[in-house]
Write a protein of this length. Structure first.
Length: 340
């Protein structure tokens, strides 16, 4: 057995769709300084006074609408992916969530307790870089290793938004839906505040400085979420042979009053209906596992809005989930030599 272990990390989920568990989860999630990037006292004030009094009840109802006999869809699907990945590699692999359970600290300590393990490959299950996803996972792992004085080195798998294998897996998994009769395809990505985009710009002079910044070569693209989601979409439609007039890119899940990336998915869907579109498809490539944001926000809420606006059908294309091609791709990446 080698000296390397791997940890797959996804976002997380409350333990149950009860208001109490959702409140606990939202508090952990929103108090992360990479999610609400404000000074701690102000962040604590906003979360305690404006979010936790009402949001848990609303979110609990939404979670209940997608909860299954097996529990949280995100957690259940992530474990199924883990099982498949383990079939394709001999490397010790564990699963953790950035928020909630299974927690990152328990997983990292467990892997580090094996005397033969000297290297940990951190694999954030996010195709695109954002401070509220990849960055916070890396910082959490670094803190756990430091606080516990674990004798392991940490390596991080890079984002894979434009990797040929990822695009191939995405297109192949979507093929049964793309072969249907439809009017328009929407790429709906989780939104982020525009402030996060400019904060992640290492040049401090490129991101959101012009209308076509995402299409101009720049070192900023290495950490630019907006550029990366546009690259995923462009690579997907090129691979799938979809014309440029038959797809749109939009952003969902806005929280708070700050200016977020636009256009919004809900507005895009309603506009398409008003323009006469009857059958649309929605794919959510920012998520590798179906979750509240795909199943409820798109599969239920957006579908209802589209039909109310005059559309006939909105079909949600499932995420990669535990697709065998995806599991093989992940396991292959885990097998690659670690880079210093």
């Amino acid at each position: 057995m080698g000296s390397k272990a791997a940890l797959l990390v996804n976002l997380g989920s409350p333990d149950s769709p009860t208001e109490e568990d959702v409140r606990r989860y939202l508090n952990e999630f929103l108090m992360d300084g990479n999610v609400i990037d404000l000074p701690w006292p102000l962040r604590r004030l906003i979360v305690s006074l404006f979010v936790l009094p009402k949001r848990p009840a609303q979110s609990a109802e939404a979670y209940a609408s997608v909860w299954t006999d097996e529990g949280s869809p995100l957690i259940n699907i992530s474990y199924k992916l883990l099982e498949q990945v383990r079939q394709y590699t001999d490397i010790p692999v564990e699963l953790a969530m950035r928020y909630g359970r299974p927690d990152m600290e328990s997983a990292i300590v467990k892997l580090a307790s094996k005397p033969e393990i000297k290297e940990l490959l951190l694999f954030p299950l996010y195709p695109h870089y954002a401070m509220s996803t990849v960055k916070t996972v890396i910082e959490k792992a670094q803190a756990i290793i430091s606080d516990n004085q674990l004798p392991i080195t940490l390596s991080v798998h890079p984002v894979f938004y434009d990797h040929d294998g990822y695009i191939d897996a995405l297109v192949n998994s979507a093929r049964p839906w793309l072969e249907k009769d439809y009017d328009h395809l929407i790429f709906s990505y989780h939104g982020v505040p525009e402030r996060h985009i400019t904060k992640d710009d290492p040049t401090n002079s490129h991101c959101l400085k012009s209308g076509d910044c995402c299409h101009k070569p720049s070192p900023a693209h290495h950490t630019c979420y907006r550029h990366q989601v546009y690259r995923t979409s462009a690579s997907f439609v090129e691979k799938a042979g979809i014309s440029v007039d038959k797809y749109s890119v939009s952003f969902q899940s806005k929280l708070g009053r700050d200016k977020w990336l636009e256009p919004s998915t809900l507005e895009t869907i309603e506009q398409l209906a008003e323009q006469g579109a009857k059958k649309i498809l929605v794919i959510c490539p920012a998520f590798v596992s179906d979750c509240l944001e795909t199943l409820e926000e798109i599969g239920m809420e957006a579908k209802e809005a589209f039909i109310k606006a005059g559309g006939e059908s909105l079909e949600l294309i499932p995420c990669l989930n535990d697709n065998p091609d995806w599991a093989k791709l992940v396991s292959g990446w885990l097998e690659q030599p670690l880079k210093a």
